[in-house]
Design a protein around this ligand. Structure first.
Ligand code: AMP
Length: 273
């Protein structure tokens, strides 16, 4: 496995490669969720790139980038054991200059849900993903459905900017008890981990209601809120796959989303119906 820190080295290397390139962009602190994306890329491509970069432009002013979990040695071990060919590990200086354009999320959908609660976050995500896709030029790039709105905006950007990479959406990986894996789970103690189960439990309740034939968004959201109580809930929302709000669940076209605080962690989860 080759570790690349400089853009010039990445460009040189990339010019020697042809088809069959898979790419998994990450912010590190890798867990089994990241690993499933990596494994899928290794299975489906001749060469797999993983990037590890804690991207400053997607953190808001009140969010502490310095406390984001980092475990670079473990991450490299995980990548190496999974059969990754190249890890791109740039510094902030390598990725950003002090004067450059930013990608902006579309106004209409960019400022709801995560976009509303974390204004500017998706601009930072799209900017770094665009840079990385231009550098790595993968045939396929792998993103988790866990960050459903992020995935939507990335697909939208790739389509509208006519980028050549295929975006591959990957299933959410959970612990056995239902908790969606997240780098932010390290902020939780034992009690927090139990409290955090309320997110997946609320989604399970939603699926029970839907199986019973209850498609009304208001009812489903209310029952989810009851389960989430007393957590500080940022939002519970039911949208179609284009992120338009839905009054009624539409089978095979719905995403149910939840964001809530547990201890110091802001957690998100969702279910594709
Ligand atoms: P991050 O390091 O948080 O930026 O995540 C890198 C990629 O891993 C993103 O595409 C995430 O959606 C994906 N990811 C994070 N957690 C999970 C999970 N539990 N299951 C599947 N994919 C995930």
């Amino acid at each position: 496995m080759t570790i690349i820190e400089k853009i010039s080295d990445l460009k040189k290397l990339r010019s020697t490669l042809y088809e069959g390139i898979g790419f998994v962009p990450t912010m590190g602190a890798l867990h089994a969720g990241h690993l499933s994306l990596i494994q899928q890329s290794v299975r489906e491509n001749d060469k797999t790139f993983v990037s590890i970069f804690v991207n400053p432009t997607q953190f808001l002013e009140n969010e502490d980038i310095n406390s984001y979990p980092r475990q670079i040695k473990t991450d490299l071990d995980i990548c190496s054991r999974a059969g990754v060919d190249f890890v791109f590990l740039p510094s902030i200086k390598e990725m950003y200059s002090d004067s450059e354009p930013m990608v902006k999320v579309p106004k209409k959908k960019g400022y709801v849900l995560e976009g509303e609660k974390r204004p500017g976050h998706f601009d930072g995500v799209l900017t770094i993903v665009l840079k990385l896709l231009c550098l790595v030029r993968p045939n396929r790039a792998y993103f988790g459905k866990k960050d459903a709105q992020q995935l939507y905006f990335i697909e939208n950007m790739v389509k509208n900017f006519h980028l050549l990479s295929e975006i591959v959406p990957c299933e959410i990986v959970r612990q056995q008890d239902g908790l969606a894996l997240s780098s932010r789970n390290v902020y939780l103690d034992d009690e927090g981990k139990i409290e955090a189960l309320k997110l997946s439990k609320s989604l399970k309740r939603a699926s029970e209601l839907i199986l019973r034939g209850d498609f009304n968004s208001k009812t489903i959201k209310q029952e989810m809120m009851d389960i989430l109580s007393p957590l500080r809930v940022d939002y519970v929302e039911i949208v179609d796959r284009e992120f338009n709000l839905l009054q009624e669940v539409e089978l095979k076209n719905t995403i149910i989303l939840v964001a809530a605080y547990v201890q110091k962690a802001r957690l998100i989860d969702n279910m594709w119906v």
